[in-house]
Ligand binder design. Structure first.
Ligand SMILES: [Fe+2]
Length: 198
């Protein structure tokens, strides 16, 4: 994997310092770890490693398999989060229509998403569910926990304290409100279009 590039100059509320640490230290750290884990798994994939003692309690291969989903999901979730930032926050397009269809009004969705953000320890995700062919909101308390197979993230909120504590302290509500003010609906609609295949 290689890190995606971002320009956070248009983001307001969330400070450049927070975004710099979030992107350069944390996100790039997950990219590096994902690559390191991938290299170590490749040893097993090519017939190497200690395969005689593999077990589900403790083993190098087990640790690598577990770490892989943690690191790779961390990369993807952070990319969706960063992709969503840098806009004017004015909702529109096909995604807004789908939201209004699902939750009867955009206001209902925003209220429900925001309050769900307060309940999350890790991530809150608006996703396209390819099984039901509908959008839905899911919560993940860790990078590799809470995800639903067959779902494509569209709008991803990072609820970890590293995403806001420098700027907002424990006031997560203000962080959530500023997150919505920075949403890039062109980027969100592009993801929705790609996810739905329309
Ligand atoms: Fe994060």
């Amino acid at each position: 994997m290689s890190p995606k590039e971002y320009n956070f100059s248009k983001v307001t509320g969330i400070s450049q310092k927070t975004l710099d640490i979030h992107y350069n230290k944390l996100y790039k750290g997950y990219v590096n770890k994902a690559n390191e884990i991938g290299e170590k798994l490749r040893v097993y994939a090519l017939g190497g490693g200690d395969v005689e003692t593999v077990n589900p309690t403790f083993h190098d291969l087990r640790s690598l398999r577990d770490a892989e989903t943690f690191a790779v999901n961390a990369v993807y979730l952070h990319e969706h989060y960063f992709d969503a930032l840098g806009g004017d926050g004015v909702p529109g397009g096909e995604l807004k229509k789908a939201i209004e269809e699902k939750w009867e009004s955009y206001a209902n969705f925003e209220r429900y998403f925001k309050v769900s953000c307060l309940a999350a320890r890790g991530w809150l995700v608006l996703a396209w569910n390819n099984n039901t062919k509908k959008i839905n909101i899911y919560m993940a308390d860790a990078h590799n926990q809470g995800g639903v197979w067959g779902c494509e993230p569209i709008l991803v909120f990072d609820a970890y304290e590293h995403a806001y504590f420098i700027d907002y302290g424990s006031d997560r509500k203000s962080y959530i409100n500023d997150f919505f003010k920075n949403l890039n609906w062109d980027a969100l609609n592009k993801k929705y279009k790609e996810a739905t295949g329309e």
